[in-house]
Write a protein that binds this ligand. Structure first.
Ligand code: GLN
Length: 456
C-alpha cells in the first residue's frame, strides 16, 4: 500500500496529509509483535485506513479542506478515529474533500483537486472524493468519509468502490467538523461490502460525547458475510426490493439506467421480489436539502472567527478581524452557502424557505416510511451520471447540485444506504463505473450488507 501510495499520489492528490512512512511502519511492527506474542488483535489489525480531513485526528492536521483551518491540529481524536485505532487500524493520512464537505467533485477543496483513478481527467466525486479515490487506487484498504447529502455514496459510485452511509446516529459525530448537523453522518468506504461492514462494526455505537448518537444495539454485521459457495441458488428468496420509479426518469444517463435494469434482473435471479415504488416528493428533496444544509451550515460556520481556530488576519478593529479572517479563509462555495443559508433563515423569508423545506423533509420521511413498509430495501442509481470531466460543472453550481438528486432524500430521512458498483460505461477511451444505491429502513444496515454482499 505504501509504495503504491508513494507512486500514485503525485497524480491523484487524494491526500491532504500523509503519515511519515516510519510512523506507519512502527505501528505495523507493533502489530507484528502482538502476533508473535499471541496477543489479541482487533478486526482491523494492520489495516491501512484513510480518514477524511473533516474528521479530527490528534496527531495530524485536520483542515476540513479549508484554508481557515490551515495547519490546525485538534487536541483530540474523533470517536470514529479512536475506535478505528482501538480495532487495530493504522491511519495512513487525511483525505481531500470539498471545503467543509460542500461540493460534489473535490474541486471546492481549498488546497487541491483529486483525480479519478479510472480517468485522471475526471472528478472522483465529492465531497469525500479523496477517500473514494484512495480506496479505488488501493492507496489504503478502507477509509472514512462523511455524508451530509451523498458525499460518501456519490464518490463511491464515481470511483467504483463500496460506500456505506449509516443511519443517522449509528456513528458518533464527535470530532466531525460540522457542516449540517441534522444531516451529517460519518460513513465507510472499502473495496468490498464485507470490508465496509467491518469498518462500520468498528466505528458504530453510542457515545456520551454526541447526544444524537443512538443507543440502538449493534448487530454482528460480519454474520452476513458467509462465503458464497455455501449459498443456495436463490439466497435472497423472499426479499422485497422496490425500484424507485422517479429515479429512472429523464435527465438520468441512459447507460446508468441500463446498468440499473441489469442489476434488477440480477436481484431477481437471486430470489428477490421486485416491485416499482412511486415517490412523488422525490424531486422536492433536492431544493429542500440545499435550503436546510445551507441554513445549518451558516450557523455552524459562525464559529470560524479568526480567534478560536486556525487562520487569523490581524486588524485594528475586532469586527474587521472577524470579517477579514473569514473573507480570506473561506472559499467561494462556502461563502455562497453561508449567504444562501443566512438569507433563508432571515426574518421575513423564514416561512417561505426554511419552514417549507422542513415540511418537505417530513413529506420525504413519510414517503420512505410507506415505501419501506412494503419493501425491505429500495433501489436507485447512486448518481444520474458517471464521473464527469474536471471543470465541467465548476462554474455551474445548479448543475452540480442537481447531480445530488439520488442521494439527498436519504439524509433528509436519516436512513442507511449502501452504494456498490453495478456496471461500467465506456466513454471514449475510458471505462467508468456505475453505482447502485440500496436504501434500507432505519438501523437496518444488516439487510443492506447482506444483499450487497450476495449481489456483488
Ligand atoms: N454535494 C452535497 C453538498 O454539497 C453533499 C455534500 C455532503 O454530503 N457532504 O451539500
Amino acid at each position: 500500500f505504501l509504495s503504491r501510495l508513494r507512486r500514485t499520489e503525485p497524480q491523484l492528490k487524494s491526500f491532504l496529509y500523509v503519515s511519515p512512512e516510519d510512523a506507519v511502519l512502527k505501528q505495523a511492527e507493533e502489530i507484528d509483535r502482538k502476533i508473535r506474542n499471541n496477543e489479541e488483535l482487533g478486526p482491523l489489525a494492520g489495516v491501512l485506513a484513510g480518514v477524511k480531513d473533516n474528521i479530527c485526528t490528534s496527531d495530524m492536521p485536520s483542515t476540513a479542506g479549508s484554508k481557515i483551518l490551515e495547519n490546525y491540529t485538534p487536541p483530540y481524536d474523533a470517536t470514529a478515529v479512536k475506535k478505528l485505532r482501538e480495532n487495530g487500524a493504522i491511519i495512513v493520512g487525511k483525505t481531500n474533500l470539498d471545503e467543509f464537505g460542500m461540493g460534489s467533485t473535490t474541486e471546492a477543496s481549498g488546497y487541491q483537486v483529486t483525480a479519478n483513478p479510472w480517468d485522471l481527467s475526471r472528478v472522483p466525486g465529492g465531497s469525500s472524493g479523496g477517500s473514494a479515490a484512495a480506496v479505488s487506487a488501493q492507496q489504503c484498504a478502507v477509509s472514512l468519509g462523511t455524508d451530509t447529502g451523498g458525499s460518501v455514496r456519490q464518490p463511491a459510485s464515481f470511483c467504483g468502490v463500496v460506500g456505506l452511509k449509516p443511519t443517522y446516529g449509528r456513528v458518533s459525530r464527535y470530532g466531525l467538523v460540522a457542516y449540517a448537523s441534522s444531516l451529517d453522518v460519518i460513513g465507510c468506504l472499502g473495496s468490498s461490502v464485507a470490508d465496509t461492514g467491518i469498518v462500520l462494526q468498528a466505528v458504530s455505537g453510542h457515545d456520551k460525547f454526541d447526544a444524537t448518537s443512538s443507543k440502538q444495539g449493534i448487530p454482528n454485521f460480519a454474520s452476513q458475510f458467509i462465503p458464497k459457495d455455501y449459498l443456495d441458488s436463490k439466497p435472497l428468496k423472499g426479499l422485497r426490493v422496490g425500484v424507485i420509479r422517479e429515479t429512472l426518469a429523464d435527465g438520468v444517463d441512459p447507460d446508468v439506467i441500463s446498468s440499473l435494469q441489469h442489476s434488477v434482473s440480477h436481484l431477481e435471479d437471486l430470489g428477490c421480489t421486485i416491485s416499482e415504488v412511486s415517490f412523488p416528493s422525490f424531486s422536492l428533496g433536492l431544493p429542500a436539502y440545499y435550503i436546510l444544509a445551507s441554513s445549518e451550515s451558516s450557523s455552524n460556520l459562525a464559529r470560524y472567527d479568526g480567534v478560536r481556530f486556525g487562520n487569523q488576519v490581524f486588524a485594528d478593529e475586532l469586527s474587521s478581524l472577524y470579517g477579514d479572517s473569514r473573507a480570506e479563509g473561506f472559499g467561494s462555495e462556502v461563502k455562497l452557502r453561508i449567504l444562501m443559508g443566512t438569507y433563508a433563515l432571515s426574518a421575513g423569508y423564514y416561512d417561505a424557505y426554511y419552514k417549507r423545506a422542513q415540511q418537505v423533509r417530513t413529506l420525504v420521511q413519510k414517503s420512505f416510511r410507506a415505501a419501506l413498509e412494503e419493501n425491505d430495501v429500495l433501489i436507485s442509481p447512486a448518481a444520474p451520471s458517471v464521473a464527469y470531466k474536471i471543470g465541467e460543472k465548476k462554474n455551474d453550481p445548479l448543475a452540480m447540485y442537481a447531480g445530488d438528486i439520488m442521494t439527498v432524500n436519504v439524509n433528509l430521512a436519516g436512513l442507511p444506504a449502501l452504494v456498490l458498483p453495478c456496471g461500467f460505461v465506456e466513454e471514449g477511451s475510458s471505462v467508468l463505473p456505475v453505482g447502485l444505491q440500496m436504501i434500507g429502513a432505519a438501523f437496518d444496515e444488516e439487510s443492506l450488507l447482506k444483499i450487497g454482499h450476495i449481489f456483488e
